[in-house]
Design a protein around this ligand. Sequence first.
Ligand SMILES: [Zn+2]
Length: 136
Amino acid sequence: MEERPTHGFVFAVMTFSSEVSAVMRAHAERAWPSECVGALLGRGDEALAARPLENVEPRPRAHFEVSARELLAVEREAEARGLSVRGYYHSHPDGPASPSAEDAAFAQAGQWTVIIPVVAGVADAPASFRFEGASP
Ligand SMILES: [Zn+2]
Protein backbone atom coordinates (compact mmCIF):
# COMPACT_ATOMS: atom_id res chain seq x y z
CA MET A 1 0.00 0.00 0.00
CA GLU A 2 1.28 3.42 -0.88
CA GLU A 3 1.86 5.78 1.97
CA ARG A 4 -0.04 9.04 1.72
CA PRO A 5 2.02 12.21 1.70
CA THR A 6 1.20 14.61 4.51
CA HIS A 7 1.63 18.25 5.50
CA GLY A 8 -0.82 19.41 2.80
CA PHE A 9 0.94 17.65 -0.10
CA VAL A 10 -0.66 15.23 -2.54
CA PHE A 11 1.01 12.96 -5.09
CA ALA A 12 0.87 14.74 -8.44
CA VAL A 13 2.69 13.84 -11.60
CA MET A 14 4.83 16.61 -12.99
CA THR A 15 6.12 16.05 -16.49
CA PHE A 16 9.76 16.82 -17.11
CA SER A 17 12.17 15.98 -19.89
CA SER A 18 15.18 13.76 -19.30
CA GLU A 19 17.30 16.92 -19.54
CA VAL A 20 15.40 18.60 -16.68
CA SER A 21 15.67 15.41 -14.67
CA ALA A 22 19.43 15.21 -15.37
CA VAL A 23 19.97 18.84 -14.22
CA MET A 24 18.13 18.17 -10.93
CA ARG A 25 19.95 14.89 -10.27
CA ALA A 26 23.38 16.33 -11.06
CA HIS A 27 22.68 19.32 -8.78
CA ALA A 28 21.51 17.01 -5.97
CA GLU A 29 24.67 14.91 -6.26
CA ARG A 30 26.92 17.99 -6.36
CA ALA A 31 25.32 19.38 -3.20
CA TRP A 32 25.36 16.11 -1.24
CA PRO A 33 25.61 15.74 1.75
CA SER A 34 23.82 19.11 1.79
CA GLU A 35 20.43 19.83 0.29
CA CYS A 36 20.20 21.48 -3.10
CA VAL A 37 17.32 23.68 -4.22
CA GLY A 38 16.19 24.98 -7.57
CA ALA A 39 13.23 26.35 -9.49
CA LEU A 40 11.13 24.56 -12.09
CA LEU A 41 10.10 26.78 -14.97
CA GLY A 42 7.36 25.70 -17.31
CA ARG A 43 3.68 25.70 -18.15
CA GLY A 44 0.86 23.82 -16.46
CA ASP A 45 2.13 20.53 -15.10
CA GLU A 46 5.17 20.52 -17.37
CA ALA A 47 8.63 21.65 -16.26
CA LEU A 48 10.63 22.85 -19.26
CA ALA A 49 13.72 24.00 -17.38
CA ALA A 50 15.34 23.33 -14.02
CA ARG A 51 17.20 26.31 -12.64
CA PRO A 52 19.67 25.58 -9.77
CA LEU A 53 19.53 28.15 -6.96
CA GLU A 54 21.84 28.78 -4.04
CA ASN A 55 20.93 27.15 -0.74
CA VAL A 56 21.61 29.94 1.76
CA GLU A 57 20.43 28.00 4.84
CA PRO A 58 23.19 28.05 7.50
CA ARG A 59 22.38 24.36 8.25
CA PRO A 60 22.19 23.07 4.65
CA ARG A 61 22.46 19.37 5.49
CA ALA A 62 18.81 19.17 6.47
CA HIS A 63 17.31 22.48 5.38
CA PHE A 64 17.10 24.80 2.42
CA GLU A 65 16.40 28.47 1.95
CA VAL A 66 16.64 30.77 -1.05
CA SER A 67 17.32 34.50 -0.90
CA ALA A 68 14.43 36.80 -1.77
CA ARG A 69 16.67 38.39 -4.39
CA GLU A 70 17.23 35.09 -6.18
CA LEU A 71 13.54 34.13 -5.96
CA LEU A 72 12.63 37.42 -7.61
CA ALA A 73 15.32 36.97 -10.27
CA VAL A 74 14.05 33.53 -11.24
CA GLU A 75 10.43 34.80 -11.39
CA ARG A 76 11.61 37.49 -13.79
CA GLU A 77 13.63 35.01 -15.83
CA ALA A 78 10.55 32.76 -16.21
CA GLU A 79 8.42 35.71 -17.26
CA ALA A 80 11.00 36.82 -19.83
CA ARG A 81 10.88 33.31 -21.34
CA GLY A 82 7.07 33.25 -21.46
CA LEU A 83 6.99 30.67 -18.66
CA SER A 84 6.19 30.69 -14.97
CA VAL A 85 7.75 29.17 -11.88
CA ARG A 86 5.67 26.00 -11.48
CA GLY A 87 7.41 24.99 -8.29
CA TYR A 88 10.73 24.08 -6.73
CA TYR A 89 12.88 21.01 -6.41
CA HIS A 90 15.20 20.14 -3.56
CA SER A 91 17.11 17.09 -2.40
CA HIS A 92 16.79 14.92 0.66
CA PRO A 93 20.33 13.70 1.41
CA ASP A 94 19.99 10.20 2.84
CA GLY A 95 16.33 10.91 3.64
CA PRO A 96 12.95 9.73 2.38
CA ALA A 97 11.39 11.09 -0.81
CA SER A 98 8.43 12.50 1.11
CA PRO A 99 7.74 16.14 1.90
CA SER A 100 8.30 17.42 5.43
CA ALA A 101 6.42 19.99 7.50
CA GLU A 102 9.25 22.40 6.74
CA ASP A 103 8.75 21.83 3.00
CA ALA A 104 5.12 22.88 3.48
CA ALA A 105 6.29 26.18 4.96
CA PHE A 106 8.22 26.93 1.77
CA ALA A 107 5.57 25.68 -0.69
CA GLN A 108 2.78 27.75 -2.16
CA ALA A 109 -0.66 26.32 -2.88
CA GLY A 110 -0.96 24.95 -6.40
CA GLN A 111 2.80 24.70 -6.87
CA TRP A 112 4.82 21.55 -7.33
CA THR A 113 7.42 20.28 -4.92
CA VAL A 114 9.89 17.82 -6.42
CA ILE A 115 12.13 15.86 -4.09
CA ILE A 116 15.29 14.09 -5.19
CA PRO A 117 16.44 11.50 -2.69
CA VAL A 118 20.23 11.12 -2.59
CA VAL A 119 21.65 7.98 -1.05
CA ALA A 120 25.39 7.95 -0.36
CA GLY A 121 25.94 10.65 -2.98
CA VAL A 122 23.86 8.99 -5.73
CA ALA A 123 20.58 10.64 -6.78
CA ASP A 124 17.49 8.50 -7.14
CA ALA A 125 14.42 9.23 -9.29
CA PRO A 126 12.69 12.53 -8.44
CA ALA A 127 9.27 12.33 -6.75
CA SER A 128 6.69 15.04 -7.44
CA PHE A 129 3.97 16.42 -5.20
CA ARG A 130 1.57 19.29 -5.37
CA PHE A 131 0.95 21.47 -2.36
CA GLU A 132 -2.73 22.05 -1.66
CA GLY A 133 -2.32 24.14 1.45
CA ALA A 134 -2.02 23.22 5.09
CA SER A 135 -4.78 20.95 6.33
CA PRO A 136 -6.94 22.39 9.12
ZN1 LIG B 1 12.37 18.57 2.07
